[in-house]
Design a protein around this ligand. Structure first.
Ligand code: PRX
Length: 571
């Protein structure tokens, strides 16, 4: 097999002529797919749910298949319209208005989606939080966004320091709570009383709908602000890249606490009126293959880490299952290794299509399409309607095969519109009208882009983005830790793992128990995925004269690489 290039199979794809479409396409062409192009009334929740519920041909189609170890349920578009209307009425009753931030902190469940669309229907801004977050991570996000309401479960409530959050006025609890102290709003009780009709709050295309917190190399996580306008790109890329058709059954494995789980776990499929599979519970090769088989999944969106885990489980794990309905696979979040693509060709008889984008881009930007050849190791080509390039630090475009900043010409429909409350931070992303991604890459003569790495210190562990500063800050809260420097260390299955270098305070001696205690401290304070897998005690941590931790130097030491310019190193 020629592994330089994997050709296209015959098929009836949405984007059958990439080159021509790329040259001619204009986002205005997509607008007629939405009811607001005729009515002038905009709301992404209406387009994703109500529009289908009001269509006699689609109203009873299954929109959501939900499966977790203890629940298996299906919901039609009509069901989701009604349940989100009910929650919108609950929100109105408790005074939530357009522009308010309402956060959701709970595992994936049907209630999550009712709440999410209810929030959008009143014109409020939804803030989904990953269920594994611990207290500090939850606090940072609720504080910064000044959220006035939180929807959570009794189990997760203990990680919400609600008495200390001045702006947080109300908490909705989903589930039984035996020893409720304080006044909480009971989700099920309120939903039962609420009307199933609701007049959707019409908004402007440029009004906010979503805040996703994400990490950079410095400072606390920042709130990436998205607007209703993004639906244009969610809708169209879900056609071109995910190749969604009317009768598809689609499964996106990402949690809606991360952008993949909203843009393509919610909007992409439902704007296209497709049946969407949502699976709760833990990962195992068996239950993943069983999900693909039992729900007859046709299109699947997942991540390299997951594919690598499935690959290492071997072919005996896949053999018992009938995956013949699966026709298209896509991947995001980290570099997709060529050997995973080779495995995919054997295991599924399908190509795995890598896609590149970020929280800030809001939707897919550089992708492999079913209708173009794949060059394993490449992220593919820009989405029609989006200009991507490689630029130098002065903002000049570079020719093919030269490494530089991967950049996207502003604006595009799903581009973030602000960093919450930090206009100067937002501005700092742009140079000569280019959005600077923070990734380095190059493109070849045929216009395929090749990812090279992050240019900042952001860590990508199992496809999840972790800021070293957050981990360092948590580490030094531990009484034994004086200083900390945190880096990403390459790892065959997880992409990177988090490695922390620490110095100990006077009176503490290194021991396995102490290191374990420090790890647990981060895990309980921040989250499991932000916990250093490796912890190394040092006599000192290299810093610049201005006191900045030199993570680059730590990384060079760790990897045995040349240390480069160390002229700013503190004595
Ligand atoms: O470094 C790139 C990496 O993930 C970063 C974005 O992370 P996040 O905002 O959490 O969004 C992840 C999913 C949309 C990027 O700056 N990344 C994402 N996709 C790829 C990737 N790295 C290599 N190849 C990809 N396909």
């Amino acid at each position: 097999m020629n592994m330089e290039r994997i050709g296209v199979k015959e098929g009836n794809y949405h984007l059958s002529n990439y080159d021509k479409t790329y040259q001619q396409f204009d986002w205005d062409e997509v607008k007629q797919a939405f009811s607001w192009s005729r009515t002038g009334k905009v709301n992404i929740a209406y387009e994703a749910i109500d529009r289908h519920a009001e269509n006699p041909m689609k109203t009873d189609q299954v929109a959501l298949i939900y499966s977790s170890p203890d629940r298996e349920e299906t919901y039609t578009f009509s069901d989701l319209k009604q349940s989100s209307n009910q929650f919108a009425n609950v929100l109105k009753k408790y005074g939530i208005e357009k522009g308010d931030r309402v956060f959701i902190f709970m595992p994936r469940s049907p209630e999550f989606y009712s709440a999410f669309f209810g929030i959008l229907k009143v014109g409020a801004i939804a803030g989904p939080l990953f269920e594994a977050f611990m207290e500090q991570a939850v606090r940072d996000r609720l504080e910064d966004s000044e959220a006035s309401m939180l929807v959570t479960t009794p189990e997760l409530l203990e990680r919400v320091p609600h008495k200390e959050l001045a702006h947080l006025k109300q908490i909705v609890l989903v589930g039984e709570d035996d020893n409720k102290e304080g006044s909480f709003i009971d989700f099920h009780e309120e939903m039962n009383q609420a009307s199933k009709s609701f007049d959707v709050e019409w908004v402007d295309l440029e009004d906010g709908m979503l805040l996703h917190y994400t990490s950079g190399s410095t400072g606390k996580p920042k709130g990436v602000y998205h607007v209703h306008h993004a639906m244009i790109q969610h809708y169209q890329t879900a056609k071109w890249v995910l190749d969604l058709h009317e009768n598809d059954v689609y499964w996106c494995t990402a949690d809606p606490g991360w952008v993949t789980g909203t843009s393509y776990g919610i909007f992409g499929p439902w704007l296209n009126g497709v049946t969407n599979v949502v699976v709760g519970g833990r990962f195992s090769p068996e239950n993943w293959y069983k999900t693909l088989q039992d729900y007859e999944v046709t299109v699947w969106y997942s991540a390299p880490t997951a594919f690598r885990k499935l690959m290492s489980a071997g072919s005996q794990a896949i053999e018992p299952f009938d995956l013949s309905k699966l026709r298209h696979i896509t991947s995001v979040g980290e570099p997709l290794n060529p050997e995973v693509i080779v495995w995919g060709l054997e295991a599924f008889k399908l190509r795995i299509h890598d896609t590149w984008w970020m929280t800030e881009t809001g939707a897919q930007v550089i992708c492999n399409y079913p209708a173009i050849d794949i060059k394993p190791g490449s992220m593919g080509k820009p989405v029609p309607g989006v200009v991507a390039s490689i630029i130098d630090n002065e903002g000049n475009e570079l020719p093919p095969n030269q490494m530089g900043n991967l950049a996207i010409k502003a604006p595009w429909p799903s581009m973030m519109r602000a960093i919450w409350k930090r206009p100067e931070k937002y501005e700092s992303y742009f140079l000569n009208n280019w959005y600077i991604s923070g990734d380095s890459a190059y493109y070849d003569e045929e216009g395929y882009f090749w990812f090279q790495g992050r240019l900042d210190d952001v860590i990508n562990t199992s496809g999840e983005r972790v800021g070293p500063f957050e981990v360092e800050s948590k580490l030094i809260e531990h009484p034994a830790v004086a200083e900390a420097g945190v880096i990403g260390k390459p790892h065959p299955e997880r992409g990177e793992i988090i490695k922390a270098f620490i110095t100990l305070n006077e009176g503490y001696v290194q021991s396995d128990e102490l290191l374990d205690d420090i790890r647990q401290f981060v895990k309980k304070g921040l989250s499991a995925h932000a916990t250093p897998r490796e912890l190394e005690v040092k006599d000192s941590i290299p810093k610049t004269r201005s006191g900045k931790i030199m993570r680059r130097l730590l990384k060079s030491w760790e990897l045995g690489l040349p240390t480069g310019d160390v002229s700013t190193l503190e004595e």
